[in-house]
Write a protein that binds this ligand. Structure first.
Ligand SMILES: C[S@@+](CC[C@H](N)C(=O)[O-])C[C@H]1O[C@@H](n2cnc3c(N)ncnc32)[C@H](O)[C@@H]1O
Length: 373
């Protein structure tokens, strides 16, 4: 029998996106969601005239590819109005992140040089920080604008393993409650850290995965639910004796999808946390971004076959989920783990081929604009 208390709860190894630029190449939907917020970002710095320099941070940036055009456009608009102040951009992620690809991309050494802003504009300085965003990361009161996309659903530690599912959306009530409590604690830590970092009038704009008013969340907006597919195929591997019970349980995503209520809690009431630390919530809304791969398939059924669609769809799912399943196999040889991972995603791919219209990884985000008073 597995001692379920001994299955590790540390999350760092399960968080990384696939490296060498794979993440941003395969996650067009994340870029579409980010680009749609250009107006909020541009507006946030339009009245910042007091400081000698502008400092921006991209929290949980991965390889930087998905937000590159957003930052490029922001810098372009700042320079276009004659503002030549130094601009510092700090990309933050975990120590395990592929920062090397990020630096190459910003310097135009990657495949796509279109938005290599460091080359195109003067006085722009790119830095990276490998410490988690639950802590303060820059000197107090020096951050003009903080931004974060699709990153803060990761909890700083798993409050428990989920025994019968891979994600909190399918967890038992007591398990789900533990994730909710951990996520609130983490969100409060994030807000305290950003409140310390931001200059007065500075803004923190974030677009986080969550559950919307129609109970929709990533990959669960209609027909098939992506997390049910993960769970089904992982369980099939257990039932067929390919993975052990311990490996099944270890593949618990270190994530919590907060609702709007959960995100807003620290801002509600006179004695709320936000009042204590000097933050106010300017905007909070939900946003659905349709899966670009499903859209492309739907609009081009005559030329895109179900097999071709599945070959595009699975990598986008894989770019952020693979490390969770791979980490659960850490006691295996590389070759064993590779074989299990390949058969797991192959089964999912076959499911997609047999019923392509039912599969889409639509994004559901909660967008917030928070201001430092
Ligand atoms: C799904 S990716 C999002 C990347 C990019 N921001 C985007 O929207 O495409 C989530 C990123 O958050 C990072 N991350 C997770 N927990 C983190 C933490 N505590 N501190 C910093 N980064 C974290 C992961 O390593 C990963 O690179």
């Amino acid at each position: 029998m597995v001692d379920k208390n001994k299955i590790h709860l540390n999350t760092q190894s399960e968080l990384s996106m696939k490296g060498a630029g794979y993440y941003s190449k395969k996650t067009i939907g994340a870029k579409i969601a980010i680009d749609s917020l250009q107006y909020l970002i541009t507006d946030a710095v339009s009245n910042m005239t007091e400081s000698n320099f502008l400092r921006f941070a991209d929290f949980g940036s991965a390889d930087g590819g998905t937000s590159q055009e957003l930052w490029y456009n922001l810098i372009k608009s700042i320079r276009a109005r004659g503002d030549q102040r130094p601009i510092e951009i700090i990309y933050t992620d975990l120590a395990s992140n592929d920062f090397s690809t990020l630096f190459k991309t910003m310097q135009g050494m990657g495949q796509n040089t279109d938005f290599a802003y460091q080359e195109e504009f003067e006085n722009v300085y790119v830095h990276a920080c490998g410490t988690g965003f639950h802590r303060q990361l820059v000197t107090s009161r020096t951050l003009s604008l903080g931004f974060s996309a699709t990153a803060m659903h990761y909890v700083s530690e798993k409050p428990c393993q989920i025994l019968e599912h891979v994600h909190m959306v399918g967890a038992s009530e007591p398990e789900r409650e533990k994730f909710k409590r951990q996520a609130l604690k983490d969100w409060e830590a994030i807000l305290r850290a950003r409140a310390n970092e931001l200059v007065p009038g500075g803004r923190f704009i974030c677009i986080n995965f969550g559950i919307d008013e129609n109970e929709r969340y990533l990959g669960n907006t209609g027909a098939n639910s992506m997390f049910e597919s993960f769970n089904r195929h992982w369980r099939d591997h257990l039932d067929n004796g390919i993975i052990t019970e311990e490996e099944f349980i270890s593949a618990t995503f270190p994530q919590h999808y907060r609702t709007v209520t959960e995100f807003s809690r620290p801002f509600i009431g006179n004695d709320c946390l936000a009042n204590e630390i000097g933050l106010k919530l300017n905007k909070c809304f939900t946003k659905l971004t349709k899966c670009p791969y499903q859209q492309q398939f739907k609009n081009n059924k005559k030329i895109v076959s179900p097999t071709e669609f599945a070959k595009d769809f699975i990598p986008t799912v894989r770019s952020w989920s693979e490390t969770v399943f791979r980490s659960a196999l850490k006691g295996r040889t590389c070759m064993e783990a590779d074989n299990i991972i390949e058969s797991f995603y192959k089964n999912y791919e076959n499911e997609v081929v047999s019923n392509p219209s039912d599969h889409s990884m639509d994004y559901v985000h909660i967008v917030m604009e928070i201001e430092r008073i």
